[in-house]
Design a protein around this ligand. Structure first.
Ligand code: SF4
Length: 102
């Protein structure tokens, strides 16, 4: 057993104004964002789409908010990759993070 703990990466997240996709987007990510939050807010259309895709951890509130619960990891994670990448919610498309530990 090591006497030294591994230094955790310090990730900072940003919610972009618009989604940014590209070949490199998410390619080297360890899916911290898909494990590090309690939920992702959805539009009603996204809620319906995820329901069609088989989501079971969906929630809606009486005042009109829709969520995909991702606490302890999103159910759509396949390893460290999003298993519904092309259909992922807008907030997932807009979220990006960078390593600030260097
Ligand atoms: S839908 Fe995809 S990108 Fe969004 S939290 Fe789940 S695994 Fe991550």
């Amino acid at each position: 057993m090591s006497l030294f703990r591994k230094t955790r990466k310090k990730l900072h997240g940003i919610l972009l104004d618009h989604p940014e996709d590209g070949a490199e987007r998410c390619a080297t990510c360890d899916a911290s964002c898909c494990r590090g939050f309690p939920s992702v807010e959805l539009t009603e259309q996204e809620y319906d789409k995820l329901q069609q895709l088989g989501a079971v951890r969906l929630e809606f509130t009486l005042n009109g908010h829709f969520y995909l619960l991702i606490e302890n990891g999103c159910e759509f994670l396949a390893g460290n990759r999003c298993g519904i990448y092309e259909d992922r919610p807008s907030i997932c498309r807009r979220f990006t993070c960078y390593d600030d530990s260097e």
